[in-house]
Ligand binder design. Structure first.
Ligand code: C2E
Ligand code: MG
Ligand code: MG
Ligand code: MG
Length: 282
């Protein structure tokens, strides 16, 4: 396509490329600084049992409130981190924030059974990843079963065997694993057979589409059915309406997450959400 374009267009294209590369570089430098300065935050989004509405756990989502650029979306900075190798520092940062938060919740009597952390497959490229993680979790006195990992595939697995070994090791320490964004991206059915994973998270595009699109409804139903046959649990993400929550519950989907229940929240907002009588305390 580039060859076909005229000279003027091509120059424009090149400038666009350069501009993007420059922007990426700037963001990489700024992300490194922000991690060192402790400027990223973590928000928590509730996961609700669809059958009785009780809180199952929460998902930790990283936030970068940039002093000049405003909030940089995770979709942008996670990719920057993956490309630059900062993903390891980002992962450690989020883990530490979560461990501190679990300690604080426990001390305050706020009952949160588990926190699910998004894990980029790039983080597994460090051979010491699992041991370092396990040590950190133990040093906080947190039971590994209270930390779960949502595995995201942004590219096809590069070293499937090594990755598999790491995931098996992670699981053997008691950390639960789930497949994030299932049905979108690079996950395929053979992963369900091979990965030590007990839960599938249905990608939000199907949940969103289910309200208007028969194919999305059928796909969602098929994923829940498949999970049942494999003795796996299902989570639906991106649940935005009561109708979607009821439909998913009737399908037999176990857990729902989405704006219908609550948006991701700061730890303070989360405490008020759990106990509205705390709204004016502290
Ligand atoms: P994800 O793990 O699939 O997380 C779900 C995304 O959907 C989050 O976007 C969440 O805020 C959003 N969401 C939740 N409920 C709804 C809803 O009802 N409607 C809509 N439209 N959206 C909803 P967010 O926070 O922008 O994160 C985007 C992605 O960035 C995440 O997708 C995850 O893959 C990645 N990410 C976020 N935090 C981290 C992190 O600490 N580490 C890593 N490696 N990745 C992270
Ligand atoms: Mg996730
Ligand atoms: Mg994800
Ligand atoms: Mg998703």
């Amino acid at each position: 396509a580039v060859k076909e374009t005229g000279k003027a267009d091509f120059r424009f294209y090149e400038e666009g490329m350069l501009e993007r590369a420059r922007e990426r570089l700037a963001l990489t430098v700024e992300l490194r600084e922000a991690l060192q300065a402790g400027e990223l935050t973590v928000e928590y989004q509730p996961k609700r049992n669809l059958r009785d509405g009780t809180l199952a756990g929460v998902e930790a989502l990283a936030r970068w409130p940039h002093p000049v650029r405003g909030d940089v979306p995770p979709g942008v900075f996670v990719e920057i981190a993956e490309r630059s190798g900062l993903i390891h520092a980002l992962g450690e940062y989020v883990l530490r924030a979560v461990l501190n938060q679990l300690q604080a919740w426990d001390a305050a009597g706020t009952v949160v059974d588990y926190v699910a952390i998004n894990l980029s497959m790039h983080e597994l490229s460090r051979p010491a990843f699992v041991d370092t993680l396990h040590r950190a979790v133990r040093s906080y006195g947190v039971d590994p079963t209270r930390i779960r990992f949502e595995l995201t595939e942004s590219t096809a697995m590069r070293q499937p065997e090594e990755t598999m070994r790491q995931l098996v090791k992670l699981r053997s320490h008691g950390f639960d694993l789930l497949i994030d964004d299932f049905g979108a991206g690079y996950w395929n059915l053979s992963h369900l057979r091979e990965l030590p994973v007990g839960t599938i998270k249905i990608d939000q595009s199907f949940v969103r589409g289910s309200s208007s699109n028969l194919a999305d409804r059928e796909i969602t139903e098929a994923i829940v059915g498949l999970a049942k046959k494999l003795n796996m649990r299902t989570i639906a993400e991106g649940v935005e309406t009561e109708a979607q929550a009821e439909w998913l519950r009737d399908l037999g989907c176990d857990i729902g997450q989405g704006y219908f229940f609550a948006r991701p929240m700061s730890p303070d907002a989360f405490v008020r959400y759990l106990d509205p009588t705390m709204a004016y305390a502290s």
